[in-house]
Design a protein around this ligand. Sequence first.
Ligand code: CA
Ligand code: CA
Length: 359
Amino acid sequence: MSFRLYALIAASSVSIVLSTSASAAVAGQYRFTYQPAQSGLNATLSATVSTSGTLVGNYDAAANPTGTRTKPGIFGSFGSTENLPVAVQDLSVAAEGPIATQTAGSFDLQCDSATGMASVTAFSIDALSTGSINIPFSVSLFTEAFRTRNPTATYPSIPLEIPVGSVVVTRLSFVQAGPAVGTITPIDGVQFDVAVTLPVALSLTATVLDQVIEVNDGTVVPLSLVGVASFSGSSATFSASTPLQFEQVEQPAEPLPSFDLPLPTTNPDAPANVVASLVLDEVGVSLLGQLSSSAIGERIVPPCPADFNGDRAVNGVDLGTLLAGWGPCAMDCAGDVNNDGIVDGFDLGSLLAAWGSCD
Ligand SMILES: [Ca+2]
Ligand SMILES: [Ca+2]
């Protein structure tokens, strides 16, 4: 009975000692890898594209004599081969839809809970690790009044809504674009609050109306990685839910390649086929939502090149080994830092440069 009581006391005091020592400090560098099944983006992606220019029937006397012909105005004559451009005040594309994706990627966390400093490097994630996403969009066309032949139709000068298809987003990634320093604060023996704000560059590739749109101009937005890291030996876990707010509007004033645009008529099987020649006036992209991160970490052991006895420090012991092995060495080359078969001044220089702790 008294022995069991003693064992219990001993066990509890051991556990107190263990948890005290575990909460003392976490220091080092960890490579965290996202777990895609538990990580992802839940957001609303909006894209707007505004253009202006002209559209004209796809008629061609030689190549397409039965094609659609266009002419500005609603009244008056329409010659049998007339096909005149129509001014487009605005042809805009609006797409908005929810996206729920799995996220893959990694980052390195350097931390020292004794000083409370944490920093993140090499943050790079692919928010579409399970493939592209489709977001339905519609086109709003606002032109001067015009009419067509083949088929015959009249288009007054009012906005025409055309439900067309989908924006296909094939790439959505975030890559760290600068230094990121924050804090690490103990919660208990193994858990720590980590808060680091990262400058990240967003890259987005989407296809709209056969046009590939790239948002990849190095625009940097802040991403707050605020979560909880748990450490156990050389392993760690990290989880966070990060608000994401990205909005960008550009006025590129770039001409787009011409593209076919079927316009609705009263007969759904006989659209008016026009070719649009447009200038990209404005592109807007916004992404609002949450990024959930669940990552598994492994401690990165930095190299310790002149540490011959493996105690993670370069000191007099290693210097002694080097001096004892001075000169050419064929087989057992203790002290040959650069592995060139001779222990010489080069190796001594490397050792002195690495002097001290490797951690
Ligand atoms: Ca050593
Ligand atoms: Ca050498």
